[in-house]
Write a protein that binds this ligand. Structure first.
Ligand SMILES: Cc1ncc(COP(=O)(O)O)c(C=O)c1O
Ligand SMILES: *[C@@H]1O[C@H](CO)[C@@H](O)[C@H](O)[C@H]1NC(C)=O
Ligand SMILES: *[C@@H]1O[C@H](CO)[C@@H](O)[C@H](O)[C@H]1NC(C)=O
Ligand SMILES: *[C@@H]1O[C@H](CO)[C@@H](O)[C@H](O)[C@H]1NC(C)=O
Ligand SMILES: *[C@@H]1O[C@H](CO)[C@@H](O)[C@H](O)[C@H]1NC(C)=O
Ligand SMILES: *[C@@H]1O[C@H](CO)[C@@H](O)[C@H](O)[C@H]1NC(C)=O
Length: 424
C-alpha cells in the first residue's frame, strides 16, 4: 500500500511538476500579505532582495560621491546594459536605459524630422501618454494632417491579417507613411500583438516602426535581433522586477545619430549611449537593480517556466472570472494573451458611470484595485498574472466584485469629473 502511494506520488509529480510558484513566493516580495495584487502590470513589484541591493548602491554612492559619479557608475551602467542586452538579444550599444517609457516615446517622436507630406500612423488603443505626445508633436513639430489614427475593434485587434488590411487601407489613402507607432502588449485592452509579422510587413513598404513594449520585457520572451524593429522600448520595472523605475530604449544603428534625449547634457553629440547615459545628476540605483532582478529570476526558475506560469495563469484566471460572472474574455485565442487578460464585467455593468462606481467601491470598501475600461462598446476589467499569484486569488476577487455590485445603489450615480484610469 505504502509503495503504491509512493508510486502515485512520483507519477503525479512527473505529470504535474511542482513549480515553486504561487503564494509560497509572496514572502520574497514586500507586498502587504493581506492585499491581493491583481494589477501587477501597472507599476510592477520588486522582490525584497532587489530592494536590499538598491540600498546598497545608494550607500556606495554616499561613501564617495565623486568616485561614484566620475568613475564607477558609468562602468556599472555599462555592465547593466550588457547584461540586459544579452537578455533581450541585441548589441549592448543599441540599448540605453531611461527612467520611463514617456522619456523614450518623447525622445523618439521629438527627434524625428519628416517632410511636411510625410505621415505617422498609430492605433486607437495606444497608451494615453503616447497619444498625448503624438498630439503635442502634431501641433508643435508636425501638422495635424501628418498624425493619423487607425481604429481597431474587437475583431481587428485579434486578427493580424485583418489588422494589416485595415492599416493598409489607410497607407494606400495617405501614400507617404513614414512611421507607424504600435504596442507589443497594449495596456487596455491588454493584447499581445504579432509584432514580428507587423515589423516585416511595414519594413517592406519602407515604413519605420516605433514599438511601445512597456509590458513586454520579463513577461514574454523578447528577441530584438529576431524582431528587428527600428525603435523599441520596454519598462523593466513592470515584469522584470527591478526597482522602479527603468525603461530600456533600443534604436537600430542606422538611426542612432538622429535620436536625442529630451534633456540635453554632457553626452550631447558624443554617441547614442553617452547622450542617454548622463542627463544631469541623478540616482542610478534603480537602473543598477536590473542585474539583481535578473539574478532573482534565476533563483526562482528558468525563464520559460516563469513565462509559462504567468501566461497559463492569465488564461485560467480569465476563464474563471468569465464563468463566475457569466460573461466572456475579450479573446479566447491564447496567442493574443500575454500575462494579462481582459474579462467583460458582469453584464449589469453597462455604463461608464456604473463602471466608475464599481471601481471606486472596490478601492474604498474592499481594497481591490481592478483596472476597468470600455472598449468597442463593452465594459471590461484587466487582470495581471504573476508568480506570487494563484487561481484562488482571482476567485476571491471575482466574488468580491459580485458582492460589491449587489451592494451598490446604481441609481444614485455620482457625476464623475475625475479620470481614474489615466495610468493603467
Ligand atoms: C502601453 C504602455 N506604455 C507605457 C507605459 C508606461 O509609461 P511610463 O513608464 O512613462 O509611466 C505603460 C504603463 O502602464 C503602458 O501600459
Ligand atoms: C520620466 O523620465 C523623464 C526623463 O528622464 C524625467 O524627466 C521624468 O521626471 C520622469 N518621470 C518621472 C515621473 O520620474
Ligand atoms: C513630398 O514633398 C517633397 C518636397 O517637399 C517632394 O519632393 C516629394 O515628391 C513629395 N512626395 C509626395 C509623395 O508627395
Ligand atoms: C526549464 O525547466 C523545465 C523544467 O522545469 C524544463 O523542462 C525546460 O527544458 C527548461 N528550459 C530551459 C530553457 O532550460
Ligand atoms: C450566472 O448564471 C447562473 C445560471 O443561469 C446563475 O445561477 C447565476 O446567478 C448567474 N450569475 C451572475 C453573476 O449573473
Ligand atoms: C438609491 O439611491 C436613490 C437616489 O439617491 C434613492 O432614491 C434610493 O432610495 C436608493 N436606494 C437604496 C436601496 O438605497
Amino acid at each position: 500500500m505504502k509503495r503504491l502511494t509512493l508510486l502515485c506520488l512520483i507519477i503525479c509529480w512527473i505529470t504535474f511538476p511542482v513549480y515553486p510558484f504561487g503564494h509560497s513566493l509572496l514572502p520574497l516580495f514586500s507586498l502587504d500579505p493581506s492585499y491581493i495584487n491583481i494589477n501587477h502590470g501597472s507599476y510592477g513589484s520588486a522582490p525584497k532582495s532587489v530592494h536590499e541591493k538598491l540600498r546598497e548602491y545608494q550607500l556606495t554612492a554616499e561613501l564617495n560621491p565623486d568616485r561614484w559619479f566620475r568613475l564607477d557608475v558609468q562602468n556599472a551602467m555599462d555592465k547593466v546594459r550588457k547584461r540586459l542586452s544579452d537578455y533581450v538579444n541585441c548589441d549592448s550599444d543599441d540599448l540605453v536605459i531611461l527612467e520611463n517609457a514617456s522619456a523614450g516615446i518623447n525622445s523618439i517622436l521629438k527627434s524625428l524630422k519628416f517632410q511636411s507630406n510625410e505621415t505617422i500612423l498609430y492605433y486607437n488603443i495606444a497608451y494615453g501618454m503616447v497619444k498625448l505626445t503624438l498630439q503635442y508633436v502634431s501641433t508643435e513639430i508636425f501638422t495635424q494632417e501628418q498624425i493619423v489614427q487607425i481604429e481597431l475593434d474587437h475583431e481587428t485587434i485579434q486578427n493580424t491579417n485583418l489588422l494589416l488590411k485595415k492599416t493598409q487601407d489607410t497607407i494606400n489613402k495617405l501614400k507617404n507613411v513614414k512611421l507607424i507607432v504600435f504596442d507589443h502588449i497594449s495596456s487596455i485592452p491588454a493584447i499581445l500583438f504579432d509584432i514580428e509579422t507587423m515589423i516585416k510587413y511595414f519594413r517592406q513598404q519602407g515604413i519605420l516602426t516605433l514599438i511601445d513594449g512597456a509590458h513586454a520585457v520579463g513577461a514574454i520572451q523578447l528577441d530584438l535581433k529576431k524582431l528587428d524593429p527600428d525603435f523599441y522600448l520596454s519598462n523593466t520595472h513592470k515584469w522584470l522586477y527591478n526597482h522602479r523605475s527603468a525603461c530600456l530604449l533600443y534604436v537600430k544603428k542606422d538611426f542612432q545619430k538622429l535620436i536625442h534625449p529630451t534633456i540635453t547634457s554632457f553626452g550631447y553629440l558624443q554617441s547614442f549611449q553617452n547622450e542617454f547615459f548622463w542627463l544631469g545628476t541623478k540616482d542610478y540605483s534603480s537602473y543598477l537593480t536590473i542585474s539583481d532582478a535578473l539574478d532573482f529570476r534565476e533563483t526562482i526558475a528558468n525563464e520559460t517556466d516563469i513565462f509559462n506560469y504567468n501566461h497559463q495563469l492569465a488564461i485560467q484566471a480569465g476563464n474563471l472570472l468569465a464563468q463566475l460572472w457569466n460573461s466572456s474574455t475579450l479573446t479566447s485565442n491564447d496567442i493574443f494573451i500575454s500575462t494579462m487578460n481582459n474579462i467583460e464585467l458582469p453584464l449589469n455593468i453597462d455604463s461608464l458611470d456604473k463602471m466608475n462606481i464599481l471601481y471606486q467601491k472596490l478601492i474604498n470598501q474592499y481594497n481591490i484595485f481592478l483596472p476597468m475600461f470600455q472598449f468597442d462598446n463593452k465594459f471590461y476589467c484587466r487582470i495581471s498574472a504573476q508568480i506570487y499569484m494563484e487561481l484562488t486569488d482571482y476567485q476571491t476577487v471575482g466574488k468580491i466584485v459580485l458582492d460589491a455590485i449587489s451592494n451598490s445603489n446604481f441609481s444614485s450615480i455620482l457625476k464623475q469629473s475625475k479620470d481614474y484610469f489615466h495610468s493603467i
